[in-house]
Design a protein around this ligand. Structure first.
Ligand SMILES: Cc1cc2nc3c(=O)[nH]c(=O)nc-3n(C[C@H](O)[C@H](O)[C@H](O)COP(=O)(O)OP(=O)(O)OC[C@H]3O[C@@H](n4cnc5c(N)ncnc54)[C@H](O)[C@@H]3O)c2cc1C
Length: 595
């Protein structure tokens, strides 16, 4: 039966829970596990995920998760803290990064006890390898800090946490797409649930709970060439943004240096961590010129910009838009045992043999440094002054704590989702007793219903995929690695025009069973919101810092721009406004950044 034939979409079920986690990646699962551990077996903890949990993007993470265990050489969490602050081009809140780097060691040991199958040294300790920007003794040279399970570290994390959640009887709502928050009008402006559509039936479900955590991952699908999966559409950023809540530091988006040429799939930095390096058309190992100490293991923003400069100066391979990654010398033992998936990707997608062939790579859109602003316990901030939204929490890539500042170091994201997912779960458990009973948000439920009905009943308009492709092209070419006022202005206007066109979308599938066409229409609007916030924040920031490189303002400008951007959209009129929040500096004074 079509949805229209049975009177459109209606809220058919209400679920009462104690706490809701939206997202079943590493951040969401660790939070859910902590909630159960803190509150006991009778607590009603629901995890809602638009994907089956083991398909969450954490499972795609490859190279590792860092902690200064010092298992293979001397290391200290303070060195890690410094590297994180410097890697983030000094836009990192240093108190938050201190929490992350300090808690890292205990978090990894806890994961090991939960059953995570890390690679081992000959002595049976967790093995560690090098990654970009991680140094010994405050920048002297590379250090082995990344803990790994071959090049399937994210997969191992996801499976371990999922199994532990099943063991603790967390309730899973798989393949439910959250479309709005229950945020009833009122003086306290608290969150008390979510509204979701079940993919299998297209029915609406209202979930009520005293506390809601968003752990919905990133939004890399706003770009044409990206390492991110089709589902990373920024839903968890767009939903609060539409409700007038701020997004922080959205102008900082990371381009990873080694995406597979034209495909964007990632070849992990672990390939360079194990000794691979980049070469240009003349066969030169060019990173030695740009980063004499760290070379190919400089931070990602530095390496990606260096690749672009090589290409711009005509030293791309055959004068084209890519350079080569050389891993031939690593040998069969390393490639097949420590990097089996990466070697497989090269063989499968390029038909090349990494032992004998050079691999074509180009920077690929990879990671959102910005997101929903939170404190170190996952509590969502209402404004740059630090007011809290009661009952609302965020953790993982959707959130901005801010521990990555203007550029994240490799392996610090898996660490972020684990440390802050876990802390958010603990905090929610502690807060539950003081939070009021949840209230329904009839207006939000009606609005989601009306939107779904419009999409299903409409017979004219454009297909979401057409607008999405144009958005991705615009964002990649005009708000990518290098930006200018002119490009960003054009980009802003084009995104605004696409938003207008997206008011009338044509959803071909009018059925109720697994209507992914409908889901993608919702996702397109989330992507457009994230794009608007990204380009709006980027236009205002007239300096170059980390992942935000302005050709027209090539220097970092600490006097005017050592501050976080908070962008909000007025839910009534649609006007954007920007406010700024000072960066917290506790130990490391900003200095020039060289590698
Ligand atoms: C190819 C690749 C390799 C990487 N390798 C590394 C690495 O080696 N080390 C490292 O530190 N980092 C790495 N990263 C980054 C890291 O993997 C991610 O930042 C991290 O896994 C994000 O985890 P998360 O829990 O925040 O979200 P995700 O794992 O992305 O999970 C998001 C969850 O939210 C759900 N969701 C989203 N929207 C909705 C909605 N509307 N309704 C309901 N559910 C929703 C999804 O179903 C999913 O369960 C890599 C990233 C990529 C793309």
């Amino acid at each position: 039966m079509t949805l229209a034939a049975r009177g459109g979409v209606s809220p058919t079920r209400v679920h009462e829970m104690d706490a809701i986690v939206v997202g079943a990646g590493g951040a969401g699962l660790y939070a859910a596990l902590e909630l159960k551990q803190e509150l006991g077996p009778t607590a009603r903890i629901g995890v809602i995920s638009k994907l089956y949990p083991s398909r969450s993007h954490t499972g795609a993470a490859q190279g590792g998760v860092c902690a200064a265990l010092g298992n293979t050489e001397e290391d200290h969490w303070e060195w890690h803290w410094f590297d994180t602050v410097k890697g983030g081009d000094y836009l990192v809140d240093q108190d938050a990064a201190e929490v992350m780097c300090h808690d890292a060691v205990e978090t990894i040991i806890n994961l090991e006890h939960l059953g995570l199958p890390f690679d081992r040294t000959e002595d049976g300790l967790i093995n560690q390898r090098r990654f970009g920007g991680h140094t010994r003794n405050y920048g002297e040279g590379p250090v082995r800090r990344s803990c790994f399970a071959a090049d399937r570290t994210g997969h191992a994390i996801l499976q371990t946490l999922f199994q532990q959640c099943i063991r603790r009887e967390v309730t899973f709502f798989d393949e439910y797409q959250v479309l709005d928050l229950a945020l009833p009008e009122g003086p306290d402006g608290r969150v008390s649930g979510v509204i979701a559509m079940q993919t299998a039936t297209s029915e609406l479900h209202a979930f009520r709970a005293k506390a809601v955590l968003f752990a919905t991952g990133g939004y890399g699908k706003i770009f044409k060439v990206t390492s991110n999966a089709h589902t990373l559409t920024g839903d968890g950023m767009a939903i609060p943004y539409r409700r007038g809540l701020p997004l922080e530091d959205m102008e900082f988006f990371q381009f990873h240096p080694t995406g597979m040429h034209r495909l964007g799939f990632l070849l992990s930095e672990a390939m360079r961590g194990e000794g691979g390096f980049l070469v240009n058309d003349t066969g030169e190992r060019f990173m030695e010129r740009y980063a004499p100490t760290m070379k190919d293991l400089a931070s990602r923003d530095v390496v990606s910009r260096s690749i672009y400069l090589e290409i711009a100066e005509g030293r791309g391979i055959g004068g084209s838009d890519f350079v080569h990654l050389d891993v031939r010398h690593l040998g069969a033992e390393v490639l097949n045992k420590k990097l089996p998936d990466m070697s497989g990707f090269i063989r499968t997608y390029f038909g090349l043999e990494p032992l004998t062939d050079l691999v074509p790579i180009q920077p690929t859109a990879h990671y959102a440094m910005g997101g929903v602003p939170t404190d170190v316990d996952g509590r969502v901030l209402r404004d740059a002054a630090g007011a809290i939204v009661p009952g609302f929490y965020a953790a993982g890539e959707v959130a901005c704590v801010s521990v990555h500042g203007a550029n994240r170091l490799g392996t610090n994201s898996l660490l972020d989702i684990l440390v802050f997912g876990r802390r958010a779960g603990k905090r929610m458990a502690a807060d539950l007793a003081d939070l009021p009973e949840p209230a329904a948000d009839a207006e939000a439920e009606a609005s989601v219903q009306a939107h779904a009905r419009d999409l299903l009943e409409g017979t004219r308009g454009e297909r979401p995929a057409v607008i999405r492709a144009e958005l991705q092209e615009t964002m990649f070419t005009k708000c990518g690695v290098y930006r200018t006022q002119q490009l960003l202005t054009e980009c802003r206007d084009e995104v605004a025009a696409l938003r207008k066109r997206a008011r009338h979308l044509l959803v071909d599938d009018k059925g109720s069973r697994y209507n992914t066409d409908l889901g993608e229409a919702f996702e397109l609007n989330f992507l457009l919101d994230c794009a608007e916030a990204t380009v709006g924040s980027a236009l205002a920031r007239r300096e170059s810092r980390g992942g935000h490189a302005r050709e027209d303002f090539p220097e970092r400008d600490d006097a005017d721009w050592l501050k976080h951007t908070f962008i909000t959209r007025d839910p009534a009129g649609g006007d954007l406004s920007l406010t700024y929040k000072p960066v917290t500096i506790t130990k490391f004074e900003p200095k020039a950044r060289t590698y």
